[in-house]
Design a protein around this ligand. Structure first.
Ligand SMILES: [Zn+2]
Length: 266
């Protein structure tokens, strides 16, 4: 299913609960209940892959930054990861990492300029225990790694897994705290595991394809073909959106705004 489209009520009614016992955690796809059009939030927590992929199209990055304004934020863990990638010297960039590092160069400049704010992991208080939540979210992210490793016959690198998930885990926990304080939030990630964990914790999530689709409804200077092409190009080498969540064609980026409303985007 293309998750830029909404599920049909008919399709949902046909889904029957399974009577088989579950032997491993099930990873469900994000539930696309959010409108395609940009809806203002208080905090949109972006991860490394989403920002660095968007940075490969600077004009589109700056349109997204102006659409989100100060609501687009990163955790310190994500900022650290982006700066680490940006600090890799040219000579040590490989065919696999070069584009990611190029994206990180650009995002690091935006971080330094303060266009994208970096926020520390929230401290615990009576209503929200940050470290319990962090343990829980990391455990869920690792379960997904382990399930993927099992399917492909690989062994799980537990230390690598914990390190790799720091940015995603901190972003999800920060989003959970935003919700706990009754404010509107969004996780911006292209990673299938992070999407699944966000949904499991009732955190709304969008990937870079959704961000580009939001532009279609806000900016008459971009068109659906151009956005679909950008999506395909910027997620080809890294930050690849899982197949089942990818927009399949330019229709996912159409907008039919008329008289201030749009039946496709609202
Ligand atoms: Zn629209």
């Amino acid at each position: 299913m293309d998750d830029l489209e909404r599920p049909s009520p008919k399709g949902m009614a046909l889904r029957r609960p399974s009577l088989q016992p579950r032997t491993r955690p099930r990873v469900r796809p994000p539930v696309p209940t959010l409108p395609r059009r940009h809806t203002p939030v208080d905090m949109a927590w972006a991860d490394t892959g989403t920002l660095c992929s968007l940075a490969l199209r600077p004009p589109l990055l700056s349109k997204v930054l102006s659409l989100y304004g100060t609501s687009l934020v990163v955790t310190e863990a994500v900022a650290t990861e982006i700066r680490r990638l940006a600090s890799v010297p040219e000579a040590r960039r490989t065919a696999d990492t070069r584009l990611l590092c190029t994206g990180a160069d650009s995002i690091a400049r935006h971080l330094d300029a303060g266009d994208i704010k970096e926020l520390p992991l929230p401290t615990s208080d009576d209503t929200f225990n940050t470290f319990d939540k962090l343990d829980q979210v990391l455990r869920q992210l690792r379960e997904i790694d382990a399930a993927a490793a099992e399917r492909s016959g690989r062994s799980v690198d537990r230390v690598g897994s914990a390190h790799r998930h720091a940015g995603e885990a901190h972003s999800i926990v920060s989003a959970l705290r935003t919700i706990a304080f009754g404010r509107r939030t969004l996780l911006l990630t292209n990673d299938g595991g992070a999407m699944a964990v966000a949904v499991r914790n009732a955190v709304p999530v969008k990937h870079v394809g959704h961000l580009l689709a939001e532009l279609a409804c806000h900016d008459e200077n971009v068109n659906a073909d151009q956005l679909f092409d950008a999506f395909t190009q910027i997620t080809r080498k890294f930050a690849t959106v899982p197949m089942q969540h990818q927009p399949k064609d330019e229709k996912s980026f159409n907008c039919v705004m008329k008289g201030g409303s749009c039946r496709l985007c609202d």
